[in-house]
Design a binder for this molecule. Structure first.
Ligand code: GLV
Ligand code: MN
Ligand code: MN
Length: 412
């Protein structure tokens, strides 16, 4: 098999996809089911069809592009990632796994290889939690981790439900149909940028993920009392933002107190109402993201934060309501896929680092229904979720080549 990866096509497609954005370049913002996301999906569907793949979309917009294998009854070998991008993001997160996956399949087809198992590219819907507050929507539904009923009722900031929004985007059949039948996959492999600095620092070209860390998130609503910034004296205040400030620092302390470098916690959203310079904040909404490779340690931090909400509420005499949006278990990658990835790396004399994924990915949920593994390529300074996210062309091509060989090995 003479496998070649078309570097120019792959890089120009990454640039083309980045042009579907609601932010000014180099930033990319592509929120699920916005007109921009729908245009990007249409563009990508056309690329998949052009490559000779058969495309189907499910009720939540997960998109499957299939290359039929010689044994249609054999379980599928999957690859893919997501194309939604958080506000002010870069152009590689998710996209490298989608367009790299497509290029890997094109390369295999052109090489004359014929798979026994069908190989399928999967573009997951809403890996990012931006619109509906919870990440990996598509893979949660595919794996049966989230019930169709609960998913349909999730709301965005305008109060529109996922059901309304997806139907508006043309995905109208029932969400019950999204869950994949058991045994659907023989294997699933996701190519992704590392989103951390280890590969670059250690000058190792590839990372093979052995475990994906466990994410949890909390939404907190603090309701105090507002009023005139001049008129209300300090002893009479129940300032929601001051309570939020206490809580934010306690979130940081709780993660540090775990003593393990794998424990991380972040308050990424802080919305202040009414948001006027001369008005005491009466209401604050926070979103808190907590992760660890160890489930127990992660849950201790979650509980500490919940208890802290009560103590701050008592101390400051205001209401704090916290809602646990998700608390997912970590996932282990499958030794057989890790071995297939390692074998390809060794063949090309590419050093690789076995590593933990600290970011979550759709593979975390697909791991509940299939053997999965992930392949990481370096990204400059470990930057991700920011406009200067960058992965070097040679890294992208290398990752795509190893992915292609791994898909071939798994689908024989
Ligand atoms: C995924 O985007 C994550 O936040 O880990
Ligand atoms: Mn991301
Ligand atoms: Mn991603």
């Amino acid at each position: 098999m003479r496998l070649t990866i078309d570097r120019d096509r792959l890089l120009s497609e990454i640039d083309a996809l980045a042009s579907f954005s609601d932010a000014e370049a180099p930033a990319v913002t592509r929120i699920v089911f916005t007109p921009t996301d729908l245009k990007a999906r249409a563009w990508l569907k056309a690329r998949c069809e052009e490559a000779g793949l058969t495309v189907r979309q499910d009720a939540v917009g997960n998109t499957f592009a299939r290359w039929n294998g010689s044994d249609p009854a054999a379980p599928v070998v999957g690859t893919g990632s997501h194309i939604d991008a958080i506000p002010n993001a870069g152009k590689y997160d998710g996209v490298v796994g989608v367009l790299g996956g497509l290029e890997a399949i094109r390369g295999l087809r052109q090489s004359g290889f014929r798979p026994r198992h069908s190989i399928e590219l999967l573009i997951f819907t809403s890996e990012e939690p931006t619109r509906f507050g919870i990440g990996c929507l598509g893979s949660r539904l595919l794996s049966g981790t989230l019930s169709p009923d609960a998913a349909g009722k999730l709301t965005d900031d305008d109060g529109a439900t996922l059901d309304q929004v997806r139907r508006g985007a043309g995905f109208c059949v029932e969400l019950e149909q999204v869950k994949l039948p058991s045994g659907y996959y023989a294997a699933f492999v996701e190519l992704h940028i590392e989103q951390g600095p280890l590969l670059e620092r250690q000058q190792i070209p590839l990372g093979i993920v052995t475990k994906i860390a466990a994410p949890a998130s909390l939404r907190v609503l603090i309701e105090g009392s507002g009023g005139h910034a001049g008129g209300v004296l300090m002893p009479d205040r129940h300032d929601a933002l001051c309570a939020a400030a206490d809580l934010i620092l306690e979130v940081e302390s709780a993660a540090r107190a775990s003593g393990a470098s794998d424990t991380v916690a972040t308050v990424g959203i802080c919305e202040v109402f009414p948001g006027a310079v001369n008005s005491i904040p009466s209401r604050v909404r926070l979103s808190i993201d907590i992760r660890d490779t160890d489930l127990q340690r992660r849950d201790i931090v979650v509980r500490t934060i919940e208890v802290t909400c009560h103590s701050i509420s008592a101390k400051r005499q205001l209401s704090i309501h916290s809602e646990l949006l998700n608390a997912d278990a970590p996932a282990d990658c499958a030794p057989a896929i890790i071995e297939a990835l390692s074998h390809s790396c060794r063949k090309h004399q590419l050093n690789f680092l076995p590593m933990v994924s600290r970011a979550y990915h759709d593979s975390l949920f697909i791991a509940r229904i299939a053997p999965v593994a992930m392949l990481f390529i370096p990204c400059r300074n470990g930057y991700s979720h920011r406009p200067d996210e960058y992965a070097a062309p040679e890294g992208i091509v290398r990752g795509t080549l190893v992915l292609a060989e791994t898909l071939a090995a798994l689908s024989k």
